[in-house]
Design a protein around this ligand. Sequence first.
Ligand SMILES: [Ca+2]
Length: 478
Amino acid sequence: MRHFNTIILASILLADSTVFAKSNKTSISSKLPNIVFIFIDDMGYGDIGPFGSTQNKTPHLDQMAKEGIVFSNFYVSSTASTPSRSALLTGCYAERVGMEGDVVFPADKRGLNPKEITIAEILKSKGYATGCFGKWHLGDQPEFLPLKQGFDEYSGIPYSNDMWPGNTKRNWPPLPFMKDNKVVAYIPDGVNQALLCDAVTDATVDFIKRHRNNPFFAYVPHAYVHQPRYTLHERAEKADGNVFRAQVEEVDGSVGRILATIKELGLSENTLVFFTSDNGGSNGTSMGPLRGGKGGPEYEGHKRVPTIAWWPGRISANSMTFEIGATIDILPTLAGIAGAGIPDDRIIDGYDISALLFGRPGAKSPHDILYYGTGGVRQGKWKLVRIGDKNELYNLETDLGEKTDLSKQNPEKLQELSAQLDAHILDLNKNHRQAAFVENPKPLMTKTDNVPTLAEYMGLSDIETKENLIINGRNNNK
Ligand SMILES: [Ca+2]
């Protein structure tokens, strides 16, 4: 087990830009573009208008898609928050960086190793202001919080919103809301849960306004639409009493506020905004035409997520790509856009997909092969799903819903993909970096005395009235 002092020292040394490859020669505008990356929790492939939802009203996302590009084949690398976030921020499969498997819990010993180089660290090396707003979930110990992973500032909850005393399955500590490294408020009830989307959006908009004159990177991992789900009564009413729908519509409103802020500040033509989800949808969500969802076998609904990118003037309006992209590509792509290069002292699994993003004619996905954790692999139209010792084979071109297993009809392709997956697993075992661990983890919060609720912190202290305005509940649509 590593001692955390060693980890901290190593992270300082590795923050030195010497470990980055030489900047690539792509011409970039004289002013580096701002970047906003919005990462929704547990939203399914079919939950928003541009991906076919007719239930949820998402006018801002519809508009974003009209002004930008839709990625119809965009994947996360893991099914749960912690591994998925690890993959996004490091450009590596979660198994590569020791963050596969279970999520981290309050006062967990494990966290994303500070020796990993995150997107925030790369962009910071180019002078970006970096902020994280929302659910972190890469370790809640002081050694692992966002300010130790390249972010200048942070507001949000350190792990999932279901790890709280309202969930009686375990004896959870109070759920804190943090500003930078400090607990500034807590979330005692559904009233306060229902303010999480607003709190994250407020912090993001404030950050964008403060950094309008220098390049900024806002990473916005919303706590919504993860269960438990709560919303304000008026918002539930607008959504016909469907709490899940109301939450999706709040997320849409959040995107609207962020884009409106960028437009009002005159930053549209110098700001790249991404919207996607951290894994397949959980209960009550829609995967549209895809099979599966969060957890379970590696069917498409598990890891293919609704993704839109927006950058007026650089990304063609109303465009779409069917080429494969993935969250592991975000680090190399943003590094390229910022002229930063990527770390050259370690394996990075993702690729620069700016050719797809900017719609270069004939652009093809660099993913000849894409792995779904250690349980699936895709090559072009062919998809292998491994369940225990059994392999299934699907043709996604003719069978997007993965209904007809073609393993018996096409044993050669099955064998080929199975061998590829075996080789990938061997490589992950051989070329594997470690998560970091601390010796004596402690909860961030044990008592709530003298700590304001999130509502009080936000200046919405009329809690009793607010409580009456709440519909408390898991989605009632299932
Ligand atoms: Ca999630």
